[in-house]
Design a protein around this ligand. Sequence first.
Ligand code: NAD
Length: 350
Amino acid sequence: MNAKIKYRAALVGCSRMGAFIDNESSNPKLSPYSHAAGYIKCERTDLIACSDIRTDVMKIAGDTYNIQEKNQYTDYKKMILETKPDIVSVATQPEQRAEVVIFAANNGAKAIYAEKAMSASIEDCYEMYDACIKNNVSFNLGTNRRYDSGFNSMTNLIKEESLGKLKTLVAYCTGSLFNMGSHNFDLLLKLNSESKVTSVTANLGEFIWDSELKELKSDPIGQGVIEFENGVKAYAFNISNKTKWDAICENGVVSAIDNGGNFIVHTKNKKYELDVEKKSSTLSLIYDLVRSIDDSRPHLGGIKVAVASTEIIFGFIQSHITHSQVTFPYKPLGINLNRNFAPRMPKYNK
Ligand SMILES: NC(=O)c1ccc[n+]([C@@H]2O[C@H](COP(=O)([O-])OP(=O)(O)OC[C@H]3O[C@@H](n4cnc5c(N)ncnc54)[C@H](O)[C@@H]3O)[C@@H](O)[C@H]2O)c1
């Protein structure tokens, strides 16, 4: 690895997660949180270009992050072809994710940082996978807990088996499948050492669905059970509005509480907190991606784990539609998310 190489990054989607979400967060330890702020902070990256179809949002992002006006594009394809970035960030909504990722992978990007949820259909997800594998493109999905120092400690504790073997995982606030389920499913995979999913059984809340077009018109809240090849079961509930996770092992339980702010271990005889130094997960994700380019292989992330969590999202939907358990690998049913989602105005100042 040559630690001196600086990779040139370009951003597609200059709104909240792309550029301004740090202004919404009151916890300085989470910063840098947006993609743009992450590239600025990372010593191994330069942010050289940006693209958005909203020119006002793009201009303010460009001015905020010192991106030359000639490198601000309304057409992301032109930006990629003209500026030839090493890394392309895709912070659009999932409905606009696949086309950008596939174009970037086929046109010279070495790495892609794509926001969650990965795609609006499982078919798109597989096309993104093929494009990245064919072109040897490193890929990290913006499921931030995967790169979080606290969840790394929780995962390591489970792996070392000092609490005995992992039996059960519980997520108490799974949320809507694309927005929050994407984070939760990725985390359950991480906590269970990326064991393969064998089946899911799920039901969804309000389900706004065009059955002819097979289009989901909103992001449904979902809950269900995930079974893994190693015998572990994960329960993805919506029984609390507090974001909390339990990993129940043979001889103790490790819980992430306060949305991963604190980690508590319970055994028969003692209760203690994990000593965790909080760092920016976005910055860790970017360093992880840089390392993947350096040595041409995934580390904490990668396209395979991104596909695995996306398969759970669409497995949940298929289970709800077919009223049955879905055994993996399953035959895709051609379901698309298509919400006509209007982008929000980012918060430009704290
Ligand atoms: N990882 C996290 O913690 C986290 C937090 C917030 C949001 N997100 C995710 O980030 C993504 C973006 O969220 P947001 O709230 O910033 O969304 P948003 O809707 O506010 O912004 C999306 C931006 O993409 C732009 N865009 C759409 N099509 C485009 C195209 N073809 N070319 C260029 N720009 C285009 C839109 O104009 C808009 O400015 C979502 O998938 C969301 O789930 C992740």
